[in-house]
Design a protein around this ligand. Sequence first.
Ligand code: FE2
Length: 435
Amino acid sequence: MGCQYFDDPCDHGADTFTIAIPKVTFGRGCLREAGARASGLGMTRVAVFTDPFLRDSAYLDTVLDSLKQAGLDAAVFDEITIEADDASVARGADFIATGNFDGVVSVGGGSVMDTAKAAMVYGLYPSGDFLDYFAPPLGAGKAIPGRLLPHLACPTTSGTGSECTSLSVLRINNLSTKFVLGNPLLLPQEALIDPVCCATLPAMVVASTGFDLLCHALECYTARAYTRWDKVDDPRKRPLIQGANPWSDLAARKALEIVGEFMERGVNNADDHQARDQLMWGASLAGMAFGNTGTHLGHALSYGVTHLMHDVTTEGYAVKSPFVPHGISVVVSAPAIFRYTAEAAPERHFEAAGYLQADLQGAGSADSGEALAKRIIELMQKTGVPNGLNEVGFGPADVPALAASTARQVRAIANSPRETNRVDIENIYASAMSY
Ligand SMILES: [Fe+2]
């Protein structure tokens, strides 16, 4: 199959891909299964990770009651910031190291799940330097010495898909930027996805997480094909960012269809359970996709935004300035990005625009970048998110610094379908000021 994928010869490239996903349980009310599921994973004393906003929520109560009914002992850790950072991980690592736990249940958004994953790494295998387990060039690329604890991940937002990935995205405070800790050991064993959790989310949170899900799916579907990456001799070294592949295509395609049909409804009407349930399912599908593909320029350029943001807040988030939520930091550059990448994979961009319900009347694959960009802009405007970099506090003078920051995301940039250098990144940022 590999040699036919993307009609690409694979004489010198990878001819094999690996898929890793957790056992997934999805449905309204399924948080009540937390005790049975944790018990099934062999847990007896559980570290429950959550955040201060969910500490008194009905969702956490449901999970704690279920653990108790299953006869499990639980202790709660909630000292997690809304954007997971190394300080939250250090506190969580202490909690793991001293708590005598045999399992972890995380209840929250991406920050909570990502903190839980990394806290196990540093709690069980302390490291002299926090960056030791991160990939070069930022980190030392050291192997995590052994297994982590079993992890049952319970997402409460419809965006990150972290419950289905081997990744932890963390802000490194002294570098003021985010980097990805990726390792197959970080994959949760089970995910418990209860869309009831989305019913009370503010519209802007649904919009931000929805655009995160959209970009996960879109970046997967348009990523460089796995057949174009170098073959690895040692299968244990096959990278998580392995490029587009037939499995991820399936999940990304369905996730794009869900966004195309339900995004506007889900953001603009909290009572539209069908739409919000679908977005929750779409987020998990997109997580299953990008966890086995990697993202590309959308996410790479978002890290420049969150690194250099200043004096900006976002409606719907109780976080002081500067703060741009992850999904918005990604989507503000997305229309400019897909206008740029389309020429390298026009058919893929055209198909993606169709899945998102773009108006393709009279259009052909040569118009795919514009059609896709227009549809993303339409969704941005109908859901009230910032209309480009200008509205999150950036101007043309910021472009060189944004590009310099983003250039550190080496592997994600290389996962773009189109060869991309620093000047290209500057041009994309310059085109993403407003739409
Ligand atoms: Fe993301």
